[in-house]
Design a protein around this ligand. Sequence first.
Ligand SMILES: *Cc1c(COP(=O)(O)O)cnc(C)c1O
Length: 300
Amino acid sequence: MEIALRTPLIHSLPLSQHCGCNVWLKMESSQPTGSFKLRSAEKICCYYAERGATAFISSSGGNAGIAVAHSGRKLGLPVTVVVPESTSARAKQLIEQEGASLIVHGKVWSEANDYAQSLATDEVIYLHPFDHPLLWEGISTIVDEVISCGLKPDAVILSVGGGSMLSGIAQGLEKHQIGYIPVYAVETHGTASLNASLNAGKLVRLDKVSGIATTLAASQVCENAFNVASRLDVRSMLVSDQEALNACRRFLDDHRVLTEPACGVSLSLLYDHKIRFTHADNVLVIVCGGASVTLEGIAG
Ligand SMILES: *Cc1c(COP(=O)(O)O)cnc(C)c1O
């Protein structure tokens, strides 16, 4: 069964002209649930469904939870999503729209996550939102598709929350023997968990996360993301909430697509000329998307 779709790869004329290079957009915003998380959710849900899973439990009130809810519905298996009290009404609505049962538990994600894990059995499978090799394998298909379009990127720009995207893209690049290209890994100042770990030279946990990019608000990246960032040419970049928002607005005008600030952080590297490329460079941006965004939410 096909759950995640093959997404468009668009040569962005406005961004290419703005940056003086070739900017390519991998439109994960076009996935049925609005983000690349459907690739990882499909991979892991199908894996366990084939091995006798009877239900799934997710602890993500964001795009991961929505993607698991969608995958379960397509597979005909019930999904429970445990979310903390801080989860937005919009996110809850999207999860319930997919037919999943919603449980609100705990003040913060870690409390919801502990509870979700406690509900798991041999057949009722708990799914972590970002830390599992099957999730990364699902995401690596983004690179397969780019390569099959005949594009060999000179650089990649992507957003970092818990690090599944970084892990999956790195896996894809290495699979296609281009693991040496620079990967710009973007966070906001308030969610800079990868940046903090790279500065410390070891995996560290942030005391607090803050700001508008709630989808990126993992206090610690997964160990694999840290290892990838240490091994490959991964360049940690930080932008402000305002820059992320501005990028979402400009992207909406340029490409008529609404994205979360979690995606705006990557776009802002280009809109705000944070990196320079040459005319010949092919720069791939993972337009990671995001479901819990509304026009009002990015209005200034
Ligand atoms: C999950 C997500 C991210 C961050 O990805 P990680 O794998 O957690 O680093 C960024 N943008 C969107 C839209 C997401 O859903």
